[in-house]
Design a protein around this ligand. Structure first.
Ligand code: URA
Length: 231
């Protein structure tokens, strides 16, 4: 990471301010004073700024219980946003969602500033399951289990959906686990078999299960075990 970004993340100062302070010879890397804002800093480097040791900024990981009616973006002209529910988090613009939910979907959202981590969770290549609890307008036939396991053809898509696991819980209630995240995928899969999803809630992504103590709109940091992705 560049020195100005590293210092900006660690101190909360803007990169413009950091550059100004670098020109006052206030930073050293491994004992050598530097004004080079673009100098690449690695975890092993010893960075001192304004006479203090500056530890590498730690990536942040949160889970949120998304409330109904909130939009998954940082800015929306009409609806309240999930990013607006973050309270006093420094550098909010660095945070992003690892997988979005529709306005009318509730449940588990993961928020981070670690792009590699969110890629591992969301890319179909890594086959991390996302589990949804859903309710439908019409009864769910037993045959849907096999259809979803084989893959279904979504409207305006070239390829069948990847194998998905459907567990029928009741006449019109089921758990569906997907390893990909196409646009409105759960709703479109049920539309493809002539049914309609009327309630949708995500309760799990990979090994990370929504903490039931979180009320809608609340969030917390992930634990070390939750952050760790095994494959
Ligand atoms: N599939 C959908 O249709 N909607 C969501 O919010 C998530 C998955």
């Amino acid at each position: 990471m560049r020195l100005d970004k590293y210092l900006s993340q660690a101190t909360g100062l803007s990169r413009k301010d950091i550059k100004r302070l670098l020109h006052k010879d206030l930073a050293s890397v491994n004992g050598v004073v530097t004004r080079d804002a673009s100098l690449k800093i690695s975890d092993d480097d010893n960075v001192v700024f304004q006479d203090s040791d500056i530890a590498a900024p730690r990536p942040r990981y949160f889970m949120m219980n998304k409330p109904y009616g909130y939009v998954c973006s940082s800015d929306d002209p009409t609806n309240a946003t999930v990013m607006g529910l973050l309270i006093d988090e420094p550098r909010p613009n660095d945070l992003h969602l690892a997988g979005r939910l529709d306005l009318d979907t509730t449940g588990l959202l993961l928020i981070t500033d670690d792009g590699q981590w969110s890629h591992k969770l969301t890319s179909p290549k890594h086959k991390q399951g996302k589990r949804y609890l859903l309710e439908t307008a019409d009864p769910i036939p037993e045959s849907a289990v096999e259809q979803f396991a084989q893959g279904v053809q979504l409207l305006n898509e070239k390829h069948l959906t990847k194998p998905a696991e459907l567990e029928i819980l009741g006449v019109d209630e089921a758990l569906l686990t997907l390893t990909e995240g196409r646009y409105h995928q759960v709703k479109r899969m049920f539309a493809a078999i002539g049914n309609k999803v009327i309630k949708l809630h995500r309760d799990r992504i990979s090994h990370i299960v929504l903490d039931e103590s979180l009320a809608p709109g609340e969030y917390r940091e992930l634990t070390e075990e939750e952050i760790h992705i095994s494959k």
